[in-house]
Design a protein around this ligand. Structure first.
Ligand SMILES: *Cc1c(COP(=O)(O)O)cnc(C)c1O
Length: 354
């Protein structure tokens, strides 16, 4: 049965990427060897790594601007501490917009003084705080561009004097931004780019080398830059599949094109959430994420009927995170609009039955 995959992460990737990835497992580049059995120092794999890094910078329009792209391990969660390890000398400021932001704050507190400039915890993170002050004597400011669990997204980033660091795990490569405003961008691969196992870190080199502490080699961005993400054995499969997805994105027209498609998908689902009397949206309208739409039934009495309709329609991964309940439709880059239409049809079917 055809599935419509709304999983929040790991999540849908393009079918053609799966096909190419599976071919490379058996016979990579016509070498009669598997991608995962050759040396990461071989010419064939080094080209993959270089291509993945180049495509990442190209999509973000950051080539030749002093940035390096790294593919590291430990997921976005390791970047929560890594950012602080490399940048936090005395004091940093964080915006608390959800579970992931809170985790980033917890880790960074181990390294220095933390100022939480604003938080939307008072409303279970259903909005993005605005109009807060950012202290000037900070080493950096950290925010989370898209809150995967709560379905909110920062539309306007604050102007900051200090380096701007952003966790873009769940909306990287989904919309056009002036990425040169950011000094460090990181994103776990498994939400718009590839399989779990690698995290993309894009670093502006000039912000490094300013902390007093010694940094262990694996966690030192400068060491990783010096070794081109190959200080140790990189996660070759995850990097390869990420490269394929970035190539897929380039072939279809890049971020500008995918943003149009993502906006069309978002419009379709949010229009239905607002129109259908049986559902209500969770996130504040102006902060709604095109990547993760969170919504609830107005009356839980319809839950079993809707879940059965969803199952029958092949809808996968639409259950909300336990901290929000209800439903969450994650509509990452590779999700076709047809899948969103199937979800909307199921919502309308429920309305007819109820
Ligand atoms: C999923 C997610 C993370 C955690 O990523 P891991 O790679 O599992 O560590 C961090 N931040 C955001 C915004 C996420 O969506």
């Amino acid at each position: 049965m055809m599935k419509h995959n709304f999983s929040a992460g790991p999540c849908i990737l393009p079918q053609e990427v799966f096909k190419k990835a599976s071919e490379a497992i058996l016979n990579f580049n016509g070498l009669d060897l598997s991608l995962i059995e050759i040396s990461h120092r071989s010419k064939d794999f080094v080209e993959v790594m270089e291509q993945a890094q180049a495509l990442a910078l190209e999509h973000l329009n950051l080539q030749g601007k002093g940035y390096k792209a790294l593919f590291l391990q430990g997921g976005a969660s390791t970047q929560f501490l890594n950012v602080a390890y490399n940048l936090l000398n005395k004091k940093a400021a964080y915006l608390n917009t959800g579970t992931w932001a809170s985790k980033a704050i917890k880790e960074a507190k181990l390294f220095g003084e933390l100022v939480e400039v604003a938080s939307s915890k008072d409303a279970n993170f259903n909005y993005i705080p605005k109009g807060y002050d950012i202290p000037s004597d900070i080493d950096y400011f950290h925010c989370t561009s898209n809150n995967t669990i709560f379905g909110t997204q920062i539309k306007e980033f604050p102007e900051v004097e200090a380096p701007l660091v952003c966790d873009m795990s769940s909306d990287i490569f989904s919309r056009v931004l002036d990425f040169s405003k950011f000094d460090i961008i990181y994103a776990g691969a498994q939400k718009n780019m590839g399989p779990a196992g690698t995290v993309l870190v894009v670093v502006k080199e000039e912000v490094l080398g300013k902390v007093d502490r010694a940094i262990p080699s694996m966690l030192d961005y400068r060491v990783q830059i010096g070794k081109d993400s190959m200080f140790n054995t990189p996660p070759v499969f995850a990097v390869y599949v990420s490269m394929l997805t970035l190539q897929w994105l380039k072939d279809l027209g890049g971020i500008a094109e995918i943003e149009k498609r993502n906006n069309a998908k978002a419009e379709l689902i949010y229009n239905e959430i607002d129109r259908n009397p049986l559902f209500k949206g969770f996130a504040a309208k102006e902060d709604r994420s095109p990547m993760n739409a969170t919504f609830n039934l107005v009356d839980e009495v319809h839950k079993d009927t809707f879940d059965a309709l969803a199952k029958e329609a092949g809808l996968n991964g639409i259950n909300g995170h336990r901290s929000v309940g209800g439903y969450r439709a994650s509509m990452y880059n590779a999700l076709p609009i047809e899948s969103v239409q199937v979800l909307v049809d199921a919502m309308q079917e429920l309305e007819k039955k109820a």
